[in-house]
Design a protein around this ligand. Structure first.
Ligand code: ATP
Length: 309
Protein backbone atom coordinates (compact mmCIF):
# COMPACT_ATOMS: atom_id res chain seq x y z
CA UNK A 1 0.00 0.00 0.00
CA UNK A 2 2.89 2.37 0.81
CA UNK A 3 6.42 2.09 -0.47
CA UNK A 4 8.89 4.77 0.58
CA UNK A 5 12.41 4.43 -0.81
CA UNK A 6 15.33 6.42 0.49
CA UNK A 7 13.59 9.79 0.78
CA UNK A 8 15.73 12.76 1.69
CA UNK A 9 14.61 16.29 2.50
CA UNK A 10 16.65 19.34 3.34
CA UNK A 11 15.34 22.62 4.69
CA UNK A 12 18.14 25.05 3.82
CA UNK A 13 21.27 23.53 5.31
CA UNK A 14 19.28 21.24 7.65
CA UNK A 15 18.83 17.56 6.79
CA UNK A 16 15.28 16.85 8.01
CA UNK A 17 15.13 13.37 6.37
CA UNK A 18 18.37 11.51 5.74
CA UNK A 19 17.22 8.57 3.62
CA UNK A 20 14.01 7.08 4.97
CA UNK A 21 12.65 3.79 3.60
CA UNK A 22 9.72 1.62 4.66
CA UNK A 23 6.85 -0.38 3.27
CA UNK A 24 3.35 -0.76 4.67
CA UNK A 25 1.03 -3.53 3.58
CA UNK A 26 -2.70 -3.28 3.07
CA UNK A 27 -4.67 -3.60 6.31
CA UNK A 28 -1.80 -2.66 8.61
CA UNK A 29 -2.15 -0.02 11.30
CA UNK A 30 1.27 1.47 11.85
CA UNK A 31 2.46 4.09 14.31
CA UNK A 32 5.12 6.54 13.16
CA UNK A 33 6.83 7.45 16.41
CA UNK A 34 9.42 10.03 17.17
CA UNK A 35 10.32 12.95 19.39
CA UNK A 36 9.56 16.54 18.36
CA UNK A 37 11.48 17.48 15.24
CA UNK A 38 12.25 13.86 14.25
CA UNK A 39 10.78 14.34 10.78
CA UNK A 40 7.33 12.73 11.17
CA UNK A 41 5.33 15.57 9.63
CA UNK A 42 7.88 15.95 6.83
CA UNK A 43 7.56 12.22 6.04
CA UNK A 44 3.77 12.43 6.10
CA UNK A 45 3.63 15.52 3.89
CA UNK A 46 5.85 13.81 1.33
CA UNK A 47 3.82 10.63 1.51
CA UNK A 48 0.57 12.49 0.90
CA UNK A 49 1.98 14.54 -1.98
CA UNK A 50 1.99 17.89 -0.21
CA UNK A 51 5.77 18.22 -0.17
CA UNK A 52 8.37 17.12 -2.71
CA UNK A 53 11.34 15.13 -1.44
CA UNK A 54 14.80 16.13 -2.67
CA UNK A 55 15.56 12.50 -3.40
CA UNK A 56 13.81 9.15 -3.20
CA UNK A 57 10.61 7.53 -4.38
CA UNK A 58 7.15 7.24 -2.87
CA UNK A 59 4.36 5.00 -4.04
CA UNK A 60 0.84 4.80 -2.62
CA UNK A 61 -1.69 2.23 -3.83
CA UNK A 62 0.40 1.67 -6.93
CA UNK A 63 0.71 5.36 -7.87
CA UNK A 64 3.93 7.32 -7.86
CA UNK A 65 3.13 10.18 -5.47
CA UNK A 66 5.61 12.53 -7.13
CA UNK A 67 4.49 12.05 -10.77
CA UNK A 68 0.90 10.92 -10.27
CA UNK A 69 0.04 13.10 -7.29
CA UNK A 70 -3.69 13.53 -8.00
CA UNK A 71 -4.26 9.81 -8.55
CA UNK A 72 -2.32 8.93 -5.41
CA UNK A 73 -4.17 11.57 -3.39
CA UNK A 74 -7.51 10.11 -4.48
CA UNK A 75 -6.54 6.96 -2.54
CA UNK A 76 -5.41 8.85 0.58
CA UNK A 77 -7.40 10.34 3.43
CA UNK A 78 -5.23 12.85 5.23
CA UNK A 79 -5.73 14.45 8.61
CA UNK A 80 -3.02 17.11 8.90
CA UNK A 81 -1.54 18.08 12.27
CA UNK A 82 -3.57 21.28 12.34
CA UNK A 83 -6.51 20.47 10.12
CA UNK A 84 -7.83 23.68 8.57
CA UNK A 85 -11.43 23.65 9.73
CA UNK A 86 -13.62 26.65 8.96
CA UNK A 87 -15.07 27.60 12.31
CA UNK A 88 -18.02 29.59 10.92
CA UNK A 89 -19.23 26.71 8.73
CA UNK A 90 -21.56 24.03 10.04
CA UNK A 91 -20.29 20.44 10.00
CA UNK A 92 -22.60 19.69 7.06
CA UNK A 93 -21.51 22.73 5.01
CA UNK A 94 -17.84 22.05 5.68
CA UNK A 95 -18.09 18.40 4.67
CA UNK A 96 -20.06 19.33 1.53
CA UNK A 97 -17.31 21.80 0.64
CA UNK A 98 -14.67 19.09 1.17
CA UNK A 99 -16.72 16.64 -0.93
CA UNK A 100 -16.72 19.23 -3.76
CA UNK A 101 -12.96 19.72 -3.42
CA UNK A 102 -12.59 15.94 -3.59
CA UNK A 103 -14.80 16.00 -6.71
CA UNK A 104 -17.23 13.47 -5.31
CA UNK A 105 -20.10 13.22 -7.85
CA UNK A 106 -23.21 15.17 -6.77
CA UNK A 107 -25.42 12.08 -6.69
CA UNK A 108 -23.06 10.29 -4.29
CA UNK A 109 -22.38 13.27 -2.08
CA UNK A 110 -25.16 12.90 0.48
CA UNK A 111 -24.61 9.16 0.86
CA UNK A 112 -20.87 9.62 1.44
CA UNK A 113 -21.53 12.41 3.89
CA UNK A 114 -23.96 10.26 5.81
CA UNK A 115 -21.53 7.35 5.91
CA UNK A 116 -18.63 9.53 7.07
CA UNK A 117 -20.64 11.28 9.77
CA UNK A 118 -22.10 7.99 10.94
CA UNK A 119 -18.65 6.41 11.20
CA UNK A 120 -17.40 9.38 13.21
CA UNK A 121 -20.59 9.70 15.34
CA UNK A 122 -21.30 13.22 14.12
CA UNK A 123 -24.84 12.82 12.86
CA UNK A 124 -26.34 14.91 15.66
CA UNK A 125 -23.85 17.76 15.10
CA UNK A 126 -24.46 18.37 11.40
CA UNK A 127 -25.93 21.84 11.86
CA UNK A 128 -23.51 22.95 14.59
CA UNK A 129 -20.90 25.53 13.56
CA UNK A 130 -17.44 23.93 13.80
CA UNK A 131 -16.24 26.79 16.02
CA UNK A 132 -18.71 25.68 18.71
CA UNK A 133 -17.47 22.08 18.83
CA UNK A 134 -15.12 20.69 21.46
CA UNK A 135 -11.60 19.73 20.37
CA UNK A 136 -12.57 16.03 20.32
CA UNK A 137 -15.54 16.70 18.05
CA UNK A 138 -13.44 18.95 15.79
CA UNK A 139 -11.00 16.06 15.46
CA UNK A 140 -13.91 13.85 14.43
CA UNK A 141 -14.81 16.39 11.73
CA UNK A 142 -11.20 16.20 10.55
CA UNK A 143 -11.50 12.41 10.40
CA UNK A 144 -14.86 12.61 8.64
CA UNK A 145 -13.38 14.76 5.85
CA UNK A 146 -10.47 12.34 5.59
CA UNK A 147 -12.75 9.35 4.94
CA UNK A 148 -15.36 11.07 2.73
CA UNK A 149 -13.93 9.62 -0.49
CA UNK A 150 -13.46 6.11 0.99
CA UNK A 151 -9.67 6.15 0.83
CA UNK A 152 -7.65 2.96 0.87
CA UNK A 153 -5.08 4.66 3.08
CA UNK A 154 -5.62 6.96 6.04
CA UNK A 155 -2.71 9.14 7.12
CA UNK A 156 -3.22 10.89 10.43
CA UNK A 157 -0.70 13.40 11.79
CA UNK A 158 -0.86 13.46 15.61
CA UNK A 159 -4.61 12.68 15.66
CA UNK A 160 -4.97 12.76 19.44
CA UNK A 161 -2.84 15.74 20.37
CA UNK A 162 -4.60 18.03 22.84
CA UNK A 163 -7.48 15.67 23.60
CA UNK A 164 -8.66 14.94 27.14
CA UNK A 165 -8.63 11.31 28.35
CA UNK A 166 -12.27 10.67 27.40
CA UNK A 167 -11.87 12.17 23.95
CA UNK A 168 -8.66 10.21 23.57
CA UNK A 169 -10.42 6.92 24.19
CA UNK A 170 -13.18 7.88 21.75
CA UNK A 171 -10.78 8.86 18.97
CA UNK A 172 -8.72 5.71 19.55
CA UNK A 173 -11.76 3.49 19.19
CA UNK A 174 -12.77 5.46 16.11
CA UNK A 175 -9.34 4.91 14.54
CA UNK A 176 -9.63 1.21 15.36
CA UNK A 177 -13.02 1.12 13.64
CA UNK A 178 -11.72 2.96 10.58
CA UNK A 179 -8.87 0.44 10.33
CA UNK A 180 -11.44 -2.20 9.37
CA UNK A 181 -11.69 -0.57 5.94
CA UNK A 182 -8.44 1.35 5.49
CA UNK A 183 -4.73 0.89 6.00
CA UNK A 184 -3.67 3.44 8.62
CA UNK A 185 -0.44 5.28 9.26
CA UNK A 186 -0.50 7.75 12.09
CA UNK A 187 2.21 9.81 13.72
CA UNK A 188 2.50 10.45 17.40
CA UNK A 189 4.99 11.01 20.17
CA UNK A 190 2.65 9.38 22.69
CA UNK A 191 3.93 5.84 23.24
CA UNK A 192 0.80 4.29 24.86
CA UNK A 193 -1.07 5.41 21.75
CA UNK A 194 0.99 3.10 19.61
CA UNK A 195 0.74 0.28 22.13
CA UNK A 196 -3.05 0.69 22.21
CA UNK A 197 -3.60 0.77 18.47
CA UNK A 198 -0.76 -0.66 16.43
CA UNK A 199 0.86 -3.95 15.75
CA UNK A 200 3.87 -2.22 14.28
CA UNK A 201 5.90 0.86 15.07
CA UNK A 202 8.36 2.81 12.97
CA UNK A 203 10.60 4.93 15.16
CA UNK A 204 12.09 8.01 13.54
CA UNK A 205 14.81 10.05 15.23
CA UNK A 206 16.83 12.91 13.73
CA UNK A 207 15.56 12.20 10.25
CA UNK A 208 16.46 8.48 10.21
CA UNK A 209 14.54 5.30 10.98
CA UNK A 210 15.96 3.76 14.13
CA UNK A 211 13.49 0.89 14.47
CA UNK A 212 10.81 -0.73 12.35
CA UNK A 213 9.31 -3.74 14.03
CA UNK A 214 6.26 -5.50 15.33
CA UNK A 215 5.58 -4.40 18.89
CA UNK A 216 5.89 -7.98 20.12
CA UNK A 217 9.39 -8.22 18.60
CA UNK A 218 10.42 -4.89 20.09
CA UNK A 219 9.33 -6.02 23.54
CA UNK A 220 11.18 -9.30 23.31
CA UNK A 221 14.86 -8.58 23.88
CA UNK A 222 17.95 -10.77 24.13
CA UNK A 223 18.88 -8.97 27.35
CA UNK A 224 19.00 -10.65 30.74
CA UNK A 225 18.69 -9.24 34.24
CA UNK A 226 20.45 -11.05 37.06
CA UNK A 227 20.44 -10.17 40.76
CA UNK A 228 22.44 -11.80 43.56
CA UNK A 229 21.92 -12.31 47.28
CA UNK A 230 24.95 -10.07 47.92
CA UNK A 231 27.24 -7.83 45.86
CA UNK A 232 29.30 -9.97 43.49
CA UNK A 233 32.26 -9.11 41.33
CA UNK A 234 30.68 -10.74 38.29
CA UNK A 235 30.89 -7.94 35.72
CA UNK A 236 34.06 -9.10 33.97
CA UNK A 237 32.89 -12.72 33.71
CA UNK A 238 29.47 -11.64 32.44
CA UNK A 239 31.07 -9.43 29.79
CA UNK A 240 33.01 -12.42 28.48
CA UNK A 241 29.87 -14.54 27.97
CA UNK A 242 29.12 -15.51 24.39
CA UNK A 243 26.46 -13.14 23.03
CA UNK A 244 26.93 -10.47 25.72
CA UNK A 245 27.62 -7.07 24.19
CA UNK A 246 27.75 -5.00 27.39
CA UNK A 247 26.98 -5.24 31.09
CA UNK A 248 25.52 -2.53 33.33
CA UNK A 249 25.36 -2.66 37.13
CA UNK A 250 21.80 -2.24 38.47
CA UNK A 251 21.27 0.96 40.43
CA UNK A 252 19.23 -0.31 43.38
CA UNK A 253 20.24 -3.91 44.01
CA UNK A 254 23.29 -6.14 43.66
CA UNK A 255 23.07 -7.33 40.08
CA UNK A 256 23.54 -6.58 36.42
CA UNK A 257 21.71 -6.02 33.18
CA UNK A 258 23.43 -7.99 30.46
CA UNK A 259 22.77 -6.67 26.97
CA UNK A 260 22.65 -9.53 24.51
CA UNK A 261 23.16 -9.55 20.77
CA UNK A 262 20.18 -10.63 18.71
CA UNK A 263 19.51 -14.38 18.89
CA UNK A 264 21.68 -14.97 21.96
CA UNK A 265 20.35 -16.92 24.93
CA UNK A 266 22.11 -15.54 27.97
CA UNK A 267 20.09 -16.94 30.89
CA UNK A 268 21.45 -20.54 30.77
CA UNK A 269 25.01 -19.19 30.44
CA UNK A 270 24.57 -16.85 33.40
CA UNK A 271 23.04 -19.66 35.44
CA UNK A 272 26.03 -21.94 34.70
CA UNK A 273 28.45 -19.13 35.54
CA UNK A 274 26.74 -18.46 38.86
CA UNK A 275 26.85 -22.15 39.70
CA UNK A 276 30.55 -22.36 38.84
CA UNK A 277 31.44 -19.39 41.08
CA UNK A 278 28.89 -20.25 43.73
CA UNK A 279 27.21 -16.83 43.37
CA UNK A 280 23.85 -17.01 45.16
CA UNK A 281 21.21 -15.98 42.62
CA UNK A 282 18.17 -14.02 43.72
CA UNK A 283 16.62 -13.57 40.29
CA UNK A 284 17.51 -14.37 36.69
CA UNK A 285 15.20 -13.38 33.86
CA UNK A 286 14.90 -12.29 30.25
CA UNK A 287 14.22 -8.60 30.05
CA UNK A 288 10.86 -7.78 28.50
CA UNK A 289 10.93 -4.22 27.29
CA UNK A 290 8.12 -1.75 26.94
CA UNK A 291 7.98 0.56 23.97
CA UNK A 292 9.10 3.27 26.37
CA UNK A 293 12.26 1.34 27.26
CA UNK A 294 13.06 0.77 23.58
CA UNK A 295 12.40 4.42 22.80
CA UNK A 296 14.68 5.60 25.61
CA UNK A 297 17.39 3.11 24.62
CA UNK A 298 17.28 4.44 21.07
CA UNK A 299 17.25 8.06 22.21
CA UNK A 300 20.45 7.57 24.20
CA UNK A 301 22.34 5.32 21.79
CA UNK A 302 23.29 5.33 18.14
CA UNK A 303 22.20 1.77 17.47
CA UNK A 304 19.28 0.69 15.33
CA UNK A 305 16.79 -1.98 16.27
CA UNK A 306 16.75 -4.75 13.72
CA UNK A 307 14.06 -4.56 11.10
CA UNK A 308 11.64 -7.39 11.71
CA UNK A 309 8.50 -6.03 10.14
P1 ATP B 1 6.73 17.44 15.84
O1 ATP B 1 6.43 16.20 16.64
O2 ATP B 1 7.29 18.54 16.69
O3 ATP B 1 5.61 17.88 14.94
P2 ATP B 1 8.09 16.19 13.59
O4 ATP B 1 8.71 14.88 13.92
O5 ATP B 1 6.77 16.16 12.90
O6 ATP B 1 8.00 17.08 14.89
P3 ATP B 1 8.97 17.80 11.38
O7 ATP B 1 7.86 18.80 11.52
O8 ATP B 1 8.94 16.90 10.22
O9 ATP B 1 9.16 16.97 12.72
O10 ATP B 1 10.33 18.63 11.35
C1 ATP B 1 11.60 18.00 11.24
C2 ATP B 1 12.67 19.06 11.35
O11 ATP B 1 12.63 19.92 10.20
C3 ATP B 1 12.51 19.97 12.57
O12 ATP B 1 13.79 20.26 13.07
C4 ATP B 1 11.87 21.21 12.00
O13 ATP B 1 12.24 22.35 12.73
C5 ATP B 1 12.43 21.27 10.60
N1 ATP B 1 11.49 21.88 9.66
C6 ATP B 1 10.24 21.45 9.39
N2 ATP B 1 9.65 22.24 8.46
C7 ATP B 1 10.56 23.19 8.13
C8 ATP B 1 10.57 24.29 7.22
N3 ATP B 1 9.53 24.56 6.43
N4 ATP B 1 11.69 25.04 7.17
C9 ATP B 1 12.76 24.77 7.95
N5 ATP B 1 12.84 23.74 8.82
C10 ATP B 1 11.75 22.96 8.91
Amino acid sequence: MISVKDIKKRYGAFDALKGVSFEINQGEIVGLLGPNGAGKTTTIKILTGYLQPDEGEVEVAGYNVINQTTKAQAEIGYLPENAPLYSELSVQDYLEMMADIREIPAKEKQERLLEATKATALTDKLTTPIGQLSKGYRQRVGLAQAILHKPKLLVLDEPTVGLDPTQLIEIRSLIRKLSEHSTILFSTHILPEVEALCSRAIILMNGSIRADARLSDLADSANAVVTFEKATDAKGELERLEGATSVEALANEPGFRVIGSSGSDLCPLIFALAKKHDWKLRELRHEVRTLETVFNELATSTSTVEVNA
